[in-house]
Design a protein around this ligand. Structure first.
Ligand SMILES: Cc1cc2nc3c(=O)[nH]c(=O)nc-3n(C[C@H](O)[C@H](O)[C@H](O)COP(=O)(O)O)c2cc1C
Length: 175
């Protein structure tokens, strides 16, 4: 295991991908070496001392690739420092409050409890109506009940990543 950091993401329309790229950029500015990859391109966690894993939220769930990655790599993740994030709610206000306290799909909580992530963050997301079909727009209006638009808060994402970087720089390799 070396000192690299993996930022892995699942993103349907690019919002979470851009957040992952921002996280990778901030880690790089902090002098850390980060790879930013979609989860389905990651085969082996051996090169990484830490993993930041994020997904867009769809009807209260993570993308299935991100959920599968978390479950399939539970053992390797439990041996590493892990941070999780979701890119979801639109609208102003604290993103966790916008989701009534939701941080992670309930089905993933047991695996998260075993992995013991350092943090589970929720960031504002981006719902671009131009990319959605009629049914998806209907789901947003009637089930998700959140506004369309780009509510990603880059300062919050950068500040969160700075705290992650500080923890990583202070820490010795796990093994
Ligand atoms: C069909 C649909 C369902 C969604 N469901 C939720 C939801 O349940 N909770 C939420 O906070 N955001 C929800 N969103 C918003 C997305 O999570 C948000 O736009 C996210 O940033 C998208 O990331 P991505 O482009 O990387 O997939 C939904 C968006 C769509 C299109």
């Amino acid at each position: 295991m070396d000192r690299k950091i993996l930022v892995a993401y699942a993103s349907q329309y690019g919002a979470t991908q851009e957040i992952a790229e921002k996280i990778g950029g901030v880690l790089g500015q902090a002098g850390l070496q980060a790879d930013v990859f979609p989860v389905d391109r990651v085969r082996d966690l051996t090169p990484y001392q830490a993993v930041i894993l994020g997904s867009g939220v769809y009807i209260g769930q993570w993308n299935k690739e991100a959920a599968a990655f978390l479950q399939a790599n539970e053992k390797a993740l439990a041996d590493r420092r892990v941070w999780l994030f979701s890119s979801g709610p639109t609208g102003s206000g604290d993103p966790v409050e916008l989701l009534n306290g939701w941080r992670l799909p309930a089905a993933l909580q047991p695996v998260a409890d075993r992995i013991q992530p350092r943090d589970i963050a929720v960031f504002h997301g981006y719902i671009n109506p131009d990319k959605l079909n009629f049914i998806q727009k209907w789901v947003i209006k009637t089930i998700v009940k959140k506004p369309f638009g780009d509510f990603r808060d880059w300062d919050t994402i950068a500040a969160w990543t700075t705290t992650v970087a500080a923890e990583l720089k202070d820490a010795e390799p796990v093994r």
